[in-house]
Design a protein around this ligand. Structure first.
Ligand SMILES: NC(=O)C1=CN([C@@H]2O[C@H](COP(=O)(O)OP(=O)(O)OC[C@H]3O[C@@H](n4cnc5c(N)ncnc54)[C@H](O)[C@@H]3O)[C@@H](O)[C@H]2O)C=CC1
Ligand SMILES: O=C(O)C(=O)[C@H](O)COP(=O)(O)O
Length: 380
């Protein structure tokens, strides 16, 4: 079996080497020539799997994307060719939750405000939006939710219209799939009119897909409204974001909100399971712990309730978002993919063990994702 895979996928060798030969390539270089004799194709968000690519791959029997989003797959073309495909829902939700919380605490610190005083509107309450909402609620922050598909299914929860969130929330964070056509289209969900509805002093976070916001309109609105603060991880026309928009964002990164070592491995594990199922081969998928390097972070002892600054400092010890923001800007105009590659080793908060005696503090930090243990007799 010949497997063609994106070189930035995690744990390719340990998971897939026993199934056949692996050719790993930069995702943006995977084209018709590269898939000509492939039996399985494993991609990330940067490879367009369209009719032309599929036509060039007569032997292809499986396509897997180690991502949540599927907007780079032509699923209708896959169905027409009878090629089973799979994505990796939820694999990187924790990383997105950690990214958004860190970004909001960083912004709060820079603006000299308490995040707990701000009402947050989460748009899209699937895997990533829920991971964000859970963390905010663990900190006692008020969260309003908007998810029309869930509301229509009468899913548990209180659901609001997008326009209500725009009118009432101090922070809006976007977590919807990119849908380009039909009634539920999300492309330009935040168009110029909706951007104009943001509250005075609002913060806007986009960690889903760049095209969900009209990027040129955002430049125009932000120029008129310096009160708005932007956290942008995703951009229209990646890897070439609008330079003017990068300059106007308070925090800017290279589509790495979902990047964590753990998330990347989970994505590969999910594709391994799906491929095994497809081949009806009962091969066990190795456990996450066996594929993860040991945590490089020494355990810490937490004695007292952390304030906002201390919490941000704890989180930044695992992943330094302020530094990433600086490195991203310095890497442009050509270094978008370089910054993505540089983030592949990022660990989730669970890589940080904390010894905490106080039960309520222990519960709160465990809800944020840290590995929490009771304080031992003689400390750490
Ligand atoms: N920046 C990054 O690194 C990452 C970006 N993503 C992007 O974020 C998107 C969301 O990821 P997940 O939460 O895992 O997907 P998901 O499929 O679990 O959840 C998406 C949610 O959005 C809701 N939704 C759909 N249309 C909506 C609308 N118009 N308004 C409000 N809600 C709507 C759906 O009902 C669903 O509950 C992915 O499709 C992907 O494009 C995902 C992971 C990492
Ligand atoms: O899962 C998704 O959807 C994402 O946006 C990924 O985090 C993107 O990562 P790559 O597949 O581009 O590495």
């Amino acid at each position: 079996m010949k497997i063609v895979a994106d070189e930035n996928m995690a744990a390719l060798e340990p998971l897939f080497a026993s199934l056949g030969s692996i050719t790993s390539l930069p995702g943006r270089d995977i084209g018709p020539e590269q898939v000509a004799d492939a039996d399985a194709l494993l991609v990330r968000s940067v490879t367009k799997v369209d009719e032309a690519l599929l036509r060039a791959a007569p032997k292809l029997r499986f396509v897997g994307t180690a991502t949540i989003g599927t907007d780079h797959l032509d699923t209708a073309a896959l169905a027409r060719r009878g090629i089973p495909w799979s994505n990796a829902p939820g694999c990187n939700a924790e990383a997105v939750g950690e990214y958004v919380l860190t970004a909001l605490l960083l912004l709060a610190q820079r603006q000299g405000v308490e995040l707990s005083q701000r009402r947050v509107g989460v748009v899209g309450l699937g895997n990533t939006g829920s991971a964000v909402a859970r963390r905010l609620q663990a900190l006692g922050i008020e969260v309003l939710c908007c998810d029309p598909p869930k509301a229509a299914q009468r899913a548990a929860g209180t659901w609001h219209e997008l326009d209500t969130l725009l009118a009432e929330c101090d922070v809006i964070t976007l977590h919807v799939p990119l849908i380009t056509e039909g009634q539920g289209a999300t492309v330009n969900l935040l168009d110029e009119a909706r951007l104009g509805m943001l509250k005075s002093g609002a913060w806007l976070v986009n960690a889903c897909r760049g095209e969900v916001i009209d990027n040129p309109a955002l430049v125009r609105v932000k120029r008129k409204r310096p009160d708005l603060k932007l956290v942008l991880d995703v951009w229209a026309n990646e890897p070439h974001p609008l330079a003017d928009l990068v300059a106007l964002a308070e925090i800017a990164t290279a589509h790495i909100a979902g990047y964590s070592r753990e998330g990347k491995i989970r994505g590969s594990q999910m594709l391994h399971r799906a491929l095994m199922q497809q081949k009806q081969q009962p091969q066990q998928t190795p456990a996450l712990a066996s594929l993860l390097p040991d945590s490089p972070l020494p355990a810490q002892q937490i004695e007292s309730k952390l304030d906002q600054t201390e919490l941000l400092s704890l989180m930044s010890g695992v992943y330094d978002l302020a530094a990433e923001d600086r490195l991203f800007r310095a890497a442009l105009p050509d270094g978008f993919d370089r910054r993505r590659k540089a983030n592949l080793a990022r660990r989730e908060f669970s890589a940080q063990t904390l010894y905490i005696a106080d039960p309520s503090q222990a519960k709160r930090l465990a809800q944020l994702g840290f590995t929490v243990k009771e304080k031992s007799e003689d400390g750490v």
